[in-house]
Design a binder for this molecule. Structure first.
Ligand code: ZN
Length: 191
């Protein structure tokens, strides 16, 4: 039987994701905190080519399968500035950002965050309330979006990954060491 095409899992999308439906998918392993590779600063993408579209497609499938609402390339050990997210209820609004940059921010908000690289841990982090992000789409075309609420939080969380930062590192040292101990215990149980 043929593997499913992107038409089935990826919706039409203004960011050019449609083109991905011809690419076959692969699940990528997600790095787990405190893997030191999560601290790698990702390099800008020089050309948005078939390799990048393939990466976006694989990252999307990996995110949906996890399941999660966002994934940065850093988390799958690819150190290029690429992220995907889908905060819609019905998982119908995949968005991909290549070389994303926050060009404006305003206000402050707090929300509870989780991360596919830090399974089972949910903590409150302070973020900018409203942001504007400039990026390239999967055709290499520049676009800019204004974001608030969950989208703004998710974008800031994922862009942090590209800069080698994991959300738990905003917490106190004490909290962070407790989280590390908990994750180490989980790793022993699942090993
Ligand atoms: Zn994360």
């Amino acid at each position: 039987m043929e593997p499913p095409g992107y038409a089935e899992i990826l919706p039409a999308n203004p960011a050019g994701i449609n083109r991905l439906k011809t690419i076959f998918m692969a699940l990528l392993p997600i790095l787990r905190y405190p893997d030191p590779r999560l601290h790698t600063v990702a390099k800008p993408v020089e050309a948005v080519d078939a390799g990048i579209r393939r990466l976006v497609a694989d990252m999307a499938e990996t995110m949906y399968a996890a399941p999660g609402i966002g994934l940065a390339a850093t988390q799958v050990d690819v150190h290029k500035r690429v992220l995907v997210l889908d905060i819609s209820e019905d998982k119908s609004k995949l968005q991909a950002f290549v070389n994303p940059a926050i060009v404006w921010r305003e206000g402050e908000c707090v929300g509870e965050e989780g991360c596919l690289s830090v399974p089972g841990i949910y903590e409150t982090v302070k973020r900018s309330e409203r942001i504007k992000v400039r990026a390239l789409d999967t055709e290499g075309e520049p676009f800019e979006i204004a974001a608030d609420g969950l989208l703004a939080i998710c974008l800031q969380h994922e862009i942090d990954h590209l800069d080698g930062k994991v959300f738990v590192e905003y917490l106190s040292r004490l909290k962070l060491s407790r989280i590390k101990a908990k994750l180490a215990k989980q790793a022993r149980i699942t090993a």
